[in-house]
Design a protein around this ligand. Structure first.
Ligand code: ADP
Ligand code: ZN
Ligand code: MG
Length: 520
């Protein structure tokens, strides 16, 4: 990324730019902002919170839904009144165990909830029900591979998942100038905390880890992970160290990250900043920094005080849980094929390219759509092409998801069959698809109604061919004198006269036959 002073007059931006320009001049380095590692490497670990999709909250019967007038989806339990009793939502536990199994975690056969004590207005009972030493899941892996966000190829590796535990979400505070409001609609929504090992080394790996996590949660219908709705929140920990050093450096925690792209940008910035500081002889201290997305930089929020003592102790109002093999196996059997496994299967079984398989398995519904169309006998490669061009374009133009597609997979398969048996040309098929999308009609009905059937009869095409020749004597002459490219023009005329319906192979053959006959 080339940064030059003067692209913006924002003071802070220029300051940042200047620091890096100076650095660049000193080193004669062509990387102004990113990638200049100077023998250092980054260590990255992520703490991700994901809201579990359930019908009700974790310990009460209030609806688990986003939005609504503040404090309308509340009850004494989720508002933290004294003396009330939590009742555990089994569905939330089931989905947390599912998340763990999707990430190859070990499920703890004995697990319990603990109270995490702290004082803050978002939690009036002054403790959060969470899990401390016996989380539901531990020791998982998230594979990352392929092309990273920066465009470079990532080395395939597994990122370790330390643990996944379940806790209650807290209320949301909003600050209005001199006072603050608290909304308890969010309080008590089941929230998984997924802690990674410090296994990531680049912003690309962190981005891929998050993308993989989100994909898995969507596949298993555990969460939609919509960051705008606060369903996925991510704290980033990052430190740097000389490549030949084994001990980790002081870690910096970054907050206020509102998109995966922001995580990537914040990491690029922060890694660069830490390396610059160390190279200038400064030492780093453990601190929490806030990402400013508009300025594209981090700033200190707070310097790490002595470690918090939350005085965890077992939650006395909830029984510890025994998670038996039967339940675990039943959950395991209900889970979908993992995205990576499905991608590999698509390549091996349907013989489509790894790129196509990757695009199609990004979204489970897209992959399901593909398989339903192929199950109807359509050629996989053709279906893959149509989905990635016409279907995705129409969906994005009409701001709809694949689930709302007016063209069912079976209908797309039917359209592909019409192309393959030469009822219509590929070009006409695009018009037909457009009408299918707008009206929901079957392709055969549209072809019939609009008279779009391809003309393959030589006599019929011959009429168009003769007309093309008769109306363009100069072009015919041109062809005769050796300019064989003139054929393309005449082909165009035939297609035009037939309104796109002439079978191109037949038209081409007939044209050549007649031109050569007239040459003789
Ligand atoms: P804390 O006690 O501050 O919460 P943890 O050891 O629990 O720290 O780790 C929190 C997160 O930070 C984990 O995702 C972990 O992988 C990551 N992490 C730990 N040490 C480092 C480090 N030196 N550099 C980068 N990330 C780290
Ligand atoms: Zn409630
Ligand atoms: Mg910790």
């Amino acid at each position: 990324m080339a940064v030059s002073a003067g692209t913006t007059n924002h003071e802070t931006f220029i300051r940042k730019t200047t620091i890096h320009k100076t650095f660049k001049e000193q080193e004669g380095d062509s990387h102004a902002m990113t990638g200049a590692l100077h023998g250092y490497e980054a260590i990255i670990g992520l703490e991700v919170h994901i809201q579990v999709r359930t019908s009700t909250k974790l310990f009460c019967g209030c609806p688990n839904r986003f939005g609504g007038e503040p404090n309308t989806r509340v009850c004494p339990v989720c508002m933290g009144y004294p003396g009330v009793l939590p009742v555990l939502n089994r569905e939330a536990v089931r989905k947390t165990l599912g998340a763990g199994l999707m990430c190859d975690c070990t499920i703890n056969t004995y697990s319990k909830f603990d109270r995490k004590n702290y004082f803050y207005p978002d939690m009036p009972k002054n403790y959060q029900i969470s899990q401390y030493d016996l989380p539901f899941c531990r020791g998982g892996t998230m594979p990352v591979s392929g092309v990273g966000l920066s465009g470079g190829e990532m080395q395939s590796k597994g990122i370790g998942i330390t643990r996944i535990h379940l806790e209650e979400d807290v209320a949301k505070s909003t600050h209005f100038g001199s006072y603050s409001g608290i909304d308890f609609n969010r309080a008590g929504i089941p929230l998984m905390e997924i802690v990674s090992e410090p296994d990531m080394r680049t912003p690309d790996e962190a981005y891929a880890y998050l993308t993989g996590l989100k994909q898995i949660m969507q596949y298993a219908e555990i969460s939609d992970c919509d960051m705008e709705k606060g369903q996925l929140r991510c704290d980033v920990n990052v430190s740097v160290r000389p490549v030949d050093q084994t001990a980790f450096g002081e870690k910096i925690e970054i907050k206020n990250l509102n998109s995966f792209r922001a995580v990537h940008r914040a990491l690029e910035y922060e890694i660069d900043r830490q390396i610059s500081d160390l190279r200038e002889g400064a030492s780093l201290r453990q601190e929490t920094r806030r990402w400013d997305d508009a300025l594209g930089m981090t700033a200190v929020m707070r310097v790490k005080e002595s470690a918090h003592d939350y005085r965890y102790f077992p939650e006395p109002d909830l029984m510890p849980l025994e998670i038996g093999t039967d339940w675990r196996n039943e959950i395991q059997d209900s889970l979908p094929e993992r995205p990576g496994v499905r991608r590999d299967r698509f390549v091996a079984h349907y013989r489509i390219t790894p790129y196509d398989a990757d695009v199609l398995t990004q979204d489970k519904l897209l992959a399901d759509y593909f398989e339903r169309a192929v199950a109807k006998g359509a050629t996989p490669k053709t279906v893959a092409n149509w989905m990635q061009t016409e279907l995705l374009r129409e969906l994005s133009d009409s701001a709809q998801g694949i689930a709302e597609s007016p063209v069912a997979p079976e209908a797309l398969a039917e359209l592909v069959a019409l192309i393959e048996d030469k009822t219509i040309s590929g070009k006409i098929a695009k018009d037909v698809f457009h009408i299918m999308f707008a009206t929901g009609k079957a392709p055969s009905v549209i072809v019939e109604e609009k008279g779009l059937k391809q003309v393959s009869d030589d006599a019929e095409i011959g009429v168009f061919v003769d007309r093309a020749l008769a109306e363009n004597p100069a072009v015919v002459e041109d062809y005769r004198t050796g300019n064989k490219k003139s054929l393309q023009f005449l082909m165009g005329q035939v297609m035009k006269f037939s309104r796109g319906k002439a079978n191109p192979q037949s038209a081409n053959r007939l044209l050549k036959e007649r031109l050569e006959a007239s040459e003789g």
